[in-house]
Design a protein around this ligand. Structure first.
Ligand SMILES: CCCCCCCC(=O)SCCNC(=O)CCNC(=O)[C@H](O)C(C)(C)COP(=O)(O)OP(=O)(O)OC[C@H]1O[C@@H](n2cnc3c(N)ncnc32)[C@H](O)[C@@H]1OP(=O)(O)O
Length: 219
């Protein structure tokens, strides 16, 4: 593969392109706690064998909780800024389905810089089940896509996934720590090549490679 460009050193500020950006420190602790509680609720609902009375009580409490949040909604496309220890900034959508900090439908995945790439750890419970006791293959692809996209973005390159290849090496179990790593392996014109793995107990369960394409930005 030809490597003829280096990623830009600094990710552009999304505010310059009309996006709303909040700093992750601005996310209220109460919202973070609510997100965690709703994740527990989703797990409880998915697995409950409670009787009709308890189910109706739970439904009414959930309806009350929904009403308590009122009609105040964050705009679609709102972004969150994470400031790294070295002072650099990284951005993601605040409701990203794989790693959005305000999205209870997202697993609590946090990807941190590790050398030239990124690493993170996540435990996926029963609501991510595909085959019995195993993580759904679509979610494995989603985790890899997020890690691959984040690795390209962490290298200062705003881009979208053009092509994603996933190799499912071994079944990925539920309810155990999964270790995710990703890194940029090369670049060619607007294409950025990235590679990622998911490991359990040090063994690779899935590998992903992607071609990300840099988004042309005005100016
Ligand atoms: C914070 C991080 C969050 C990460 C979130 C996770 C990532 C995501 O989920 S992104 C969402 C999913 N992806 C998308 O929605 C993308 C949809 N596709 C598109 O918008 C366009 O096809 C796009 C932008 C990828 C490329 O289109 P365009 O800008 O017209 O590029 P184009 O000029 O055709 O191609 C540029 C280069 O990429 C290559 N390329 C484009 N598509 C592909 C493809 N599918 N396979 C291989 N190469 C491709 C072209 O061959 C060309 O290469 P070269 O420089 O050698 O000629």
């Amino acid at each position: 593969m030809t490597v003829d460009t280096q990623p830009a050193p600094r990710f552009p500020d999304p505010r310059d392109f009309g996006f709303t950006v909040l700093d992750e420190a601005e996310i209220p602790a109460e919202l973070t706690a609510l997100v965690g509680q709703v994740r527990s609720l989703v797990d409880a609902v998915a697995h409950t064998e409670a009787g009709p009375e308890a189910l109706e009580r739970a439904r009414a409490a959930a309806a009350e909780a929904t009403a308590a949040l009122g009609g105040e909604r964050r705009a679609i496309g709102a972004m969150v800024r994470h400031t790294r220890p070295d002072g650099g900034a990284e951005y993601g959508t605040v409701t990203n389905i794989v790693a959005g900090p305000t999205n209870p439908a997202a697993p609590p995945l946090r990807l941190e810089r590790d050398g030239d790439g990124l690493r993170g750890e996540v435990v996926l419970g029963g609501v991510y089940q595909g085959p019995p006791g195993l993580v759904h293959g679509g979610w494995i692809a989603a985790l890899l896509d997020q890690a691959l996209g984040s690795a390209a973005n962490a290298a200062g390159v705003p881009c979208l996934t053009a092509k994603l290849d996933v190799d499912y090496r071994d079944p990925t179990p539920l309810n155990v720590p999964l270790h995710i790593t990703a890194r940029v392996t090369g670049a060619e014109r607007r294409k950025v090549f990235v590679s990622a793995e998911i490991r359990h107990n040090g063994e690779v369960t899935a590998e992903g490679t992607a071609i990300m394409v840099r988004i042309p930005l005005p100016g």
